[in-house]
Design a protein around this ligand. Structure first.
Ligand SMILES: C[S@@+](CC[C@H](N)C(=O)[O-])C[C@H]1O[C@@H](n2cnc3c(N)ncnc32)[C@H](O)[C@@H]1O
Length: 230
């Protein structure tokens, strides 16, 4: 599977307005995690799979003088990020794949990714590239909603339009460690808005009924924390 196919697929997502839906869907969990990252003044942050850049901007605002760079394989997503950009925020966006990051070695103090890493065409390469652009000992915090310990997410397979990696915590650990990361830590983060009222629920490909939506929501997002080896 090529990056061109990923780019076309996610360009269409952007054209259909799904970038804004993701911001709404992922915002609560990301805010919870970012609040706990203790970002330091002046940090240089990489946001992998930035979509319309809402989390890139959130990261850039999380500490004085911090700068964030979002990368995304889809030019349509980066165009959305540029449209929403504010020049008072130290953030910028680049079209690039996880597997070929256009940055010098040890360029960043931290990496972040929301609900994007499992789309990697070559996951091993994506992780080793991320490690390459991080300083020794720098943290990488990745969040995924699609993982094996949340078993009802298996049904999402039909909706992605590109091949994906559906991994367990143990499999994520092995992938990160193979790429040179260490001190792996896993945590579930539950959206503080809860599942909401059943009367407001609308079925979709991903959530065929309210019980499925509620179970997936209550299992939470998987937060993967790792440090680049020194
Ligand atoms: C589900 S969206 C999440 C976007 C954003 N993080 C958010 O939460 O709104 C996944 C993003 O990853 C990007 N992506 C997928 N595979 C990629 C790859 N191999 N390299 C770079 N970006 C990729 C897609 O274009 C898409 O914008």
């Amino acid at each position: 599977m090529s990056h061109e196919h990923h780019a076309r697929t996610f360009d269409q997502w952007a054209a259909d307005g799904l970038d804004a839906e993701m911001e709404q869907e992922h915002g609560d969990v990301v805010r919870q995690v970012v609040a706990r990252l203790a970002l330091q003044p002046g940090e240089q942050i990489l946001d992998l799979g930035c979509g319309n850049g809402w989390a890139t901007r959130l990261l850039a605002k999380a500490a004085p003088g911090a700068t964030a760079v979002g990368v995304d394989v889809a030019a349509g997503m980066v165009a959305r990020a540029e449209e929403r950009h504010s020049f008072t925020i130290r953030a910028r966006y680049e079209v690039a794949s996880f597997e070929a990051l256009p940055f010098a070695d040890a360029r960043f103090d931290r990496a972040f990714s929301m609900e994007a890493l499992y789309y990697a065409v070559d996951l091993g390469r994506a992780l080793s590239e991320t490690g390459r652009v991080l300083k020794p000992g720098a943290p990488f915090d990745a969040i995924v909603d699609y993982y094996k310990e949340n078993p009802l997410t298996a049904s999402w397979q039909c909706c992605f339009g590109v091949p994906v990696h559906w991994l367990s915590e143990g499999e994520w650990r092995a992938e990160f460690e193979r790429a040179g990361f260490r001190e792996l830590r896993f945590e579930r983060v539950v959206d503080s808005r809860g599942p909401g009222e059943e009367s407001a629920f609308r079925p979709s490909h991903c959530y065929r009924d309210f019980a499925t939506w509620k179970a997936i929501r209550e299992a939470g997002s998987l937060w993967i924390h790792a440090l680049k080896g020194t």
